[in-house]
Design a protein around this ligand. Structure first.
Ligand SMILES: Nc1ncnc2c1ncn2[C@@H]1O[C@H](COP(=O)(O)OP(=O)(O)OP(=O)(O)O)[C@@H](O)[C@H]1O
Ligand SMILES: [Mg+2]
Length: 455
């Protein structure tokens, strides 16, 4: 029997709202649908239907066209605004086919003509509900993905980091070359990823090359590709990273390590957008957005004649300087919690956080290896911890032995108190990377007092 039509529906029972001014018809449809696994609500006119639509999660509205108070078309128009995810199927009487076509234009899924058979009605309803489900599922998945991607995941609330993120977001939209600088482990690569993701090129490739990992010829072969026989060992033909990154982004990591000859070739691609594969005379063109990173002091290398000045300026159009972790104040603990979650998940653990002493030790440590060091440290803690919280016993000795990251202030006898106070506030602010909230907490005063005293 066609009554089994809905056997294909899985998951929680779909909610259908039947709207018709003929109570008989409402009852009949309600019975048919209930018997086939739907939850059914009924309404006698459009206004009542809208009220139900506001109050319940309705997957499908099955509505008559001509009704008192508010007709089917108006219900559809308003209903789609109130509940965009709800599908509509229109019941049309004799002579209202044209209106049904209008309804489809307004976003109705389908229509059934009176007099209708149970089989056809059920089939239409099932298809409409399936479409509704699929759409809702995809929407939910996309929402979750966006959430993850957007948090994916630059963690940081300190003023310094907020500024870096803001600048990165601003420059992402342009095609300007960005030079990411900062100590090892400060997040240069994670920012390169983010800039690409925030740019118009996000659908194209982000290609990465480490300039330190390869000797000169091999690096050039990587970057520009080669033809057979271009150098000893070049057997086949190879596509270069520039070509792979065409219309996308190329990330040159540790760019300071590039040899002088390669620097010249790179300069040419930046200036003219052209290059040749090794062993080929055919000039190729590319459209690539360049991001470069280095933890070396590139300006000093320029001074020493190890890095071309013209290339330096071409790469350094925008400089994104990532602050060392020791200058990010409260971010240390924020990141610690973030990594705790991450490694809890990876290790099937459920550590609830850190003990007071652990927080203190983590905050006191200077983190010369920056975020990477912190990440490794937390991974270790998660693996080794037995209790419900991470305690000092699982912290690496380097962290426990950590010297205070706060420098000292020497105040000679004879210094007026207000000046001594100011010196201490300034030094504390310096140590927290300008983070007034944290500085205030360390000093045991509130942030407003800091503002006032600095004036
Ligand atoms: N703000 C941040 N939020 C979350 N994770 C971060 C953050 N900064 C860095 N990380 C993580 O720390 C690790 C080191 O970051 P990354 O590789 O980007 O550093 P880097 O500056 O490129 O270091 P290196 O100079 O040694 O190559 C990575 O696992 C990265 O995901
Ligand atoms: Mg890196």
């Amino acid at each position: 029997m066609p009554d089994r039509e809905t056997a294909a529906i899985s998951g929680p029972e779909p909610q259908v709202l039947v709207v018709d001014d003929e109570p008989e018809l409402c009852r009949a449809l309600s019975k048919l649908l209930t018997r086939n696994g739907y939850q059914v609500l009924t309404a006698g006119d459009g206004e009542e239907a809208l009220r139900l639509l506001r109050q319940h999660e309705i997957h499908l509205v099955l509505t008559d066209l001509v009704m008192p108070k508010m007709g089917g078309l108006d219900l559809l128009r308003t209903g789609k605004v109130i509940s965009p995810g709800t599908e509509f199927v229109i019941i049309t009487g004799h002579g209202t086919i044209e209106v049904a076509v209008d309804a489809m234009k307004l976003g109705a899924y389908d229509f059934v003509e009176k007099p209708f058979t149970s089989a056809l009605t059920l089939k239409t309803v099932r298809k409409a509900v399936e479409k509704q489900r699929l759409q809702a599922e995809n929407l939910e998945l996309r929402r979750r993905l966006e959430e993850v991607q957007d948090r994916h995941d630059i963690i940081g609330r300190s003023d310094v980091m907020r500024q870096v993120v803001e600048t990165a977001r601003q420059v992402a939209a342009s095609t300007a070359t960005v030079l990411l600088t900062g100590e090892s482990g400060t997040g240069k690569e994670i920012f390169a990823d983010a800039i690409h993701r925030w740019s118009d090129r996000r659908k194209q490739a982000l290609v990465k090359v480490s300039c330190a990992a390869l000797p000169e010829t091999l690096l050039e072969a990587e970057l520009f590709g080669y033809e057979p026989g271009a150098f000893t060992g070049a057997v086949g033909r190879r596509t270069g990273r520039f070509e792979l990154a065409d219309r996308g982004t190329l990330f040159l990591d540790e760019v300071g390590e590039m040899s002088p000859t390669t620097q010249i070739k790179l300069l040419r691609v930046i200036q003219e957008g052209t290059y040749e594969r090794l062993g080929s005379s055919e000039t190729r063109t590319v459209d690539v957005r360049l991001l470069a990173a280095t933890n070396a002091d590139l300006a000093a290398r320029v001074q020493r004649g190890q890095f071309r000045e013209d290339l330096f300026y071409r790469l350094n159009v925008i400089n994104l300087e990532l602050p060392p972790l020791r200058n990010r104040g409260e971010d240390v603990i924020l990141l610690a919690h973030y990594f705790l979650q991450l490694y809890n998940q990876k290790n099937g653990k459920s550590l609830g956080g850190f003990t007071r002493q652990a927080v203190e030790a983590l905050s006191r440590h200077g983190w010369p290896g920056n975020v990477r060091e912190l990440e490794n440290c937390i991974e270790r803690c998660v693996v080794l911890s037995k209790g419900p919280f991470v305690d000092v016993d699982v912290l690496p000795p380097t962290v426990l032995a950590g010297k205070s990251r706060y420098e000292q202030v020497v105040i000679p006898v004879g210094t007026p108190l207000y000046q001594a106070e100011l010196q201490l506030i300034e030094a504390t602010l310096h140590a927290t990377g300008g983070d007034k909230e944290t500085a205030a907490r360390i000093l045991g005063i509130n942030a407003r007092t800091i503002y006032r005293k600095l004036k």
